[in-house]
Design a protein around this ligand. Sequence first.
Ligand code: S3P
Length: 167
Amino acid sequence: MVVLVGFMGAGKSSVGRGLAARLDLPFVDADEAVERAAGKSIPEIFEQKGEAGFRALESEVTIALLAGEEAVVALGGGAVETTEIRSLLEDATVVYLELGAEEALTRIGDPSTRPMLRSHDPRALHARRVPLYETIADVRVPAGQRSVEELVDEVVALLESTGSFSR
Ligand code: S3P
């Protein structure tokens, strides 16, 4: 299992899609899987069930994905805050797309699709999560100011050179 982690706006879904094509694996976006499971958008889940309700559903869906068929999986930016998900990631190849808080906020632009940005201080959230991403990462790639293609190339090269993932 190859899993992309990183803060909102880091490009986990676009890089994940490109990486899956290069590795000839299916691609799964965990946020989309949560929305499918709930039959609602992420902002609606937060509105109706709060953050705790969203995290419970996110954990259930993510744990099932990680136990499923070999794939490239893009996680939601906050999934690493759940202890059980972090421990399951020990058995996966974890790619951390690094992005500073300011650049993430600029890239996200309109925060309406990211309810966490309305209820939390984004910089504090970023600071709290960076050590978690760093701890679980097998490879780290600075994601700022580079195209998706460049990032995919770099991730593939790093996975090969570090022997983190082969098929
Ligand atoms: C969240 C990030 C989002 C989504 C949800 C919560 C977070 O995913 O899972 O809005 O807590 O950082 P992306 O990182 O794909 O935006």
